[in-house]
Design a protein around this ligand. Structure first.
Ligand code: C2E
Ligand code: MG
Ligand code: MG
Length: 607
C-alpha cells in the first residue's frame, strides 16, 4: 500500500511542499499537524478509505492517501464540501456523494467521489477549527457505529495536534491566523538589509472598553467569532501577496511585501467602509468602530523600536477620526505616551500623598473690600517633572477615571484645613473645583461623610462646576445638584463664557454663583466690547439671583473697571496668587489691615 501524506497551502501558510519531502525536516516540524499521519493511517484502516483529509477553517488542508490516485485531492483551494465541513462544526455523512454538487465535478485524473464523511475538529475549549474528512470512490450503504466512533476519536486526536501545532508554531488556535511571534519573525525576515522598508497596517477591531464589554455581555466565543468575521473581511480586501496576523485579542496586522507601495487613500477608505458595514456575528447584528493605522518600518527601527506598538498607536488614534484610518504620527504618539506616564504617576501620587498640595486663592467682596472666600486649587510637584499644571493633569484624570480619587483627596485636605481656620475664628468660605465625572452614585454620601468627619458647616462650602456640566444637566445630575443645594452648599458656574451656553440657559442652571472667565475679564480695561459683555452678563446674572465673581483680575485698572460694574467679587493675581495653606492666615491678617478699595469707599484710588 502506498502512502502519500501531503499538505495544500491555506491562506495563512506559505508552504506548498508535501510534508514528507525528505530533506525538508524543518518545514515538517513547523507546519505539519503533529501526529496527523498516525491518526490518518488509523482512520484509513478502520474505515477502509483511500483518502483522509484534515481541512482547517482558514482553508489549509493536510491529506493522507493510501493510493497514488485518490478521489478529489484538496490541492489548491479545497472544494466547497470540505470548507463546509471545516467551518460548520457539525459531523456529516454523505453515503452517496455522486449527486452532491459540493463534491462535483471531480478532477478528470482522480475519478468521482462516491462517499464522504466528516467530524469537526475542536480546540481544547470546544471551539471548531476544522474537520477530519474521509472519502472513497464508491458510495456506501452505511457507516457502522464502530466506524463513526473511530472517526470521532481520530478527530479528537487531530484537534490536539492542531492545538499543539499552534503552540509550537505560528498560528493562533482560535483565529487560525499567524500570531504575534510569527509577525515579528516575518518582519525580521523582510527587513534583513540596511535599506529595506515594509509597510504595516494595524486594525483595531473596536475600542478596547467596547470590546471588553462585548466579552462581558456575550462571552469569549462571541468575541472570538467577531475577530474571525473581521479577519475574513480584511482578507477580502487584501491582495494575495499581503499577510494577515492576529497580534492581540482584538487586533490584527497586515504586512505588505517588501517594496510594496503604501495602500492608496482610496484603498484604505474601501477597507474602512468594509469594516464599518454591520457584522452578523452568531446571529447578532453589530456595527463596529474600527481603526486602521499605517506605518512604514525601516530595518534600523527593528533594533530597540517597537513597530507593532507604533502602528497600533496609529490605529488607536484612527478609531476617533472621521476617515477611520490614520498614518503613524510621532508627535501624537509621544503625547499619548506622556499622557499615559502622567496618568500612572498621578495614580501613584494619589496614594503616596506627598506630591500633591492644595493652594488657596482669595476672593474679595467688592462692596465691603473684605476677603470672603478662598478657592482651593490643586498643585502637583512631581519629583522629576517638577510642577505639573492642573490644566494638564485634570483632563487626563477625567479620561482615566481618576477623578473620584482626586476629588476625594482635594475635599478631604481642603475640609481639614477649613476646620482649622474655622477653629481659629475665621469665617471664610471655601470653594472647590468639581468635575461632572464626579457625579457617581455615592458622591453625596462621600461628601456628607467628609463634612461630618471634619465637622465643617456646609454653608461655608461652594462647589464649582464648569459651564458644560451645568448647561443641559441630565436628570441624575440635576438631582445631585438639587440635593447639594438642599444641604446648604453653594454651587458656582465656573469659567462662564468659555462654553457654548447662552445667557438664556443660565435660568435653567441650579447655581448660586456665576464666575465670569478670565478670558472675558482680562482686557476689559482696554476693550469696550469685553467691558460691555462683562457688564451685561453681570446685570443679567444678578437679575437672575446669582452672585457674580470675576476671575482673572490681573492689574489695578481691571480691578477699577470691575469695581465700577455690578459684580460682587473679584479674584485674580492682582489681589493675590494662589498660595500654600501656611501663607493664608498671614495674608488675611495683612489684607485686613490694608484692604483693597471697595464700593463703600469709592473716593479711594484703586491700588
Ligand atoms: P479655575 O477653577 O478657573 O481656577 C482659576 C485658575 O486661574 C487657576 O489656575 C488660577 O491660578 C488661575 N488664575 C487666577 N487668577 C488669575 C489671573 O489673574 N490671571 C491668570 N492668568 N490666571 C489666574 P490653576 O490653578 O492652574 O487651575 C487651572 C484649572 O484647573 C482650574 O481653573 C480648574 O478648572 C482646574 N483645577 C484646579 N484645581 C482643581 C481641583 O482640585 N479639582 C478640579 N476638578 N479641577 C481643578
Ligand atoms: Mg474654579
Ligand atoms: Mg475658573
Amino acid at each position: 500500500m502506498q502512502t502519500m501524506p501531503g499538505h495544500a497551502p491555506g491562506s495563512t501558510l506559505d508552504e506548498s511542499r508535501p510534508t514528507s519531502t525528505p530533506n525538508d525536516a524543518e518545514s515538517v516540524h513547523r507546519f505539519a499537524v503533529p501526529g496527523f499521519d498516525a491518526v490518518a493511517r488509523l482512520v484509513a484502516r478502520s474505515l477502509d478509505v483511500p483518502l483522509v483529509t484534515l481541512v482547517l477553517g482558514d482553508g489549509s488542508a493536510y491529506w493522507y492517501s493510501t493510493t497514488p490516485n485518490p478521489p478529489m485531492l484538496p490541492a489548491g483551494a479545497p472544494a466547497p464540501g470540505f470548507l463546509d465541513a471545516a467551518r460548520s462544526g457539525v459531523a456529516e455523512v454523505v453515503l452517496d456523494a455522486r449527486e452532491d454538487a459540493r463534491f462535483q465535478p471531480a478532477p478528470p485524473a482522480t475519478g468521482p467521489v462516491g462517499f464522504f464523511a466528516s467530524e469537526p475538529v475542536m480546540t481544547l475549549n470546544g471551539h471548531p477549527v476544522g474537520a477530519l474528512c474521509v472519502m472513497d470512490r464508491m458510495p456506501r450503504q452505511s457507516l457502522s457505529t464502530r466506524e463513526r466512533t473511530a472517526l470521532r476519536d481520530a478527530a479528537a486526536l487531530a484537534g490536539t495536534g492542531v492545538v499543539l501545532r499552534s503552540y509550537m508554531g505560528r498560528t493562533d488556535p482560535v483565529s487560525q491566523l499567524p500570531h504575534r511571534g510569527a509577525f515579528f519573525e516575518d518582519l525580521r525576515g523582510q527587513l534583513r538589509n540596511a535599506h529595506d522598508t515594509v509597510w504595516l497596517a494595524a486594525i483595531e477591531v473596536a475600542p478596547v472598553e467596547r470590546f471588553n464589554a462585548f466579552i462581558r455581555a456575550m462571552g469569549h466565543v462571541y468575541a472570538d467569532a467577531l475577530v474571525r468575521a473581521v479577519a475574513e473581511r480584511v482578507q477580502i480586501w487584501m491582495s494575495a501577496d499581503m499577510c494577515l496576523y492576529q497580534v492581540g485579542t482584538s487586533r490584527l496586522a497586515i504586512m505588505l511585501p517588501a517594496a510594496h507601495e503604501r495602500p492608496s487613500d482610496a484603498q484604505l477608505h474601501a477597507l474602512v467602509r468594509l469594516l464599518r458595514e454591520p457584522f452578523d456575528c452568531l446571529g447578532i447584528p453589530l456595527t463596529l468602530r474600527p481603526g486602521v493605522g499605517l506605518l512604514q518600518v525601516e530595518s534600523s527601527e527593528m533594533r530597540g523600536g517597537d513597530p507593532l506598538r507604533r502602528v497600533m498607536s496609529a490605529s488607536h488614534a484612527a478609531q476617533d477620526s472621521a476617515s477611520g484610518w490614520a498614518m503613524y504620527e510621532h508627535d501624537q504618539d509621544e503625547r499619548h505616551r506622556q499622557d499615559f506616564f502622567l496618568v500612572t504617576e498621578l495614580a501613584a501620587a494619589l496614594t503616596d500623598r506627598t506630591e500633591l498640595d492644595l493652594y488657596y486663592q482669595p476672593r474679595v467682596d467688592l462692596e465691603s473690600g473684605q476677603c470672603v472666600a478662598l478657592e482651593a486649587l490643586l498643585r502637583w510637584h512631581h519629583p522629576t517633572l517638577g510642577e505639573v499644571l492642573p490644566s494638564r493633569f485634570v483632563p487626563l484624570a477625567e479620561r482615566a477615571g481618576l477623578m473620584r480619587a482626586l476629588t476625594e483627596w482635594v475635599l478631604d485636605h481642603g475640609l481639614a484645613r477649613l476646620a482649622v481656620w474655622q477653629a481659629q475664628g475665621l469665617a471664610i468660605k471655601l470653594s472647590f473645583n468639581v468635575s461632572g465625572a464626579d457625579f457617581d452614585a455615592d458622591f453625596l454620601e462621600r461628601l456628607e461623610t467628609l463634612l461630618a468627619r471634619h465637622s465643617v458647616d456646609p454653608g461655608l462650602l461652594e462647589l464649582e462646576f464648569t459651564e458644560s456640566t451645568l448647561m443641559h444637566p441630565c436628570d441624575a445630575t440635576l438631582q445631585h445638584l438639587m440635593r447639594i443645594r438642599a444641604m446648604g452648599i453653594g454651587i458656582a458656574i465656573d469659567d462662564f463664557g468659555t462654553g457654548y451656553s447662552n445667557l438664556a440657559s443660565l435660568r435653567e442652571m441650579p447655581a448660586t454663583t456665576l464666575k465670569i472667565d478670565q478670558s472675558l475679564v482680562r482686557s476689559i480695561d482696554g476693550s469696550r466690547g469685553d467691558a460691555a459683555t462683562v457688564r451685561s452678563v453681570t446685570a443679567l446674572a444678578r437679575e437672575l439671583g446669582f452672585r457674580v465673581v470675576v476671575e482673572g483680575v490681573e492689574n489695578a485698572s481691571v480691578y477699577a473697571a470691575v469695581l465700577d460694574m455690578a459684580c460682587d467679587e473679584a479674584q485674580g493675581f492682582h489681589i493675590a496668587r494662589p498660595m500654600p495653606a501656611a501663607a493664608v492666615t498671614p495674608w488675611l491678617q495683612a489684607y485686613a489691615a490694608a484692604p483693597f478699595p471697595s464700593r463703600r469707599d469709592r473716593s479711594d484710588l484703586p491700588r
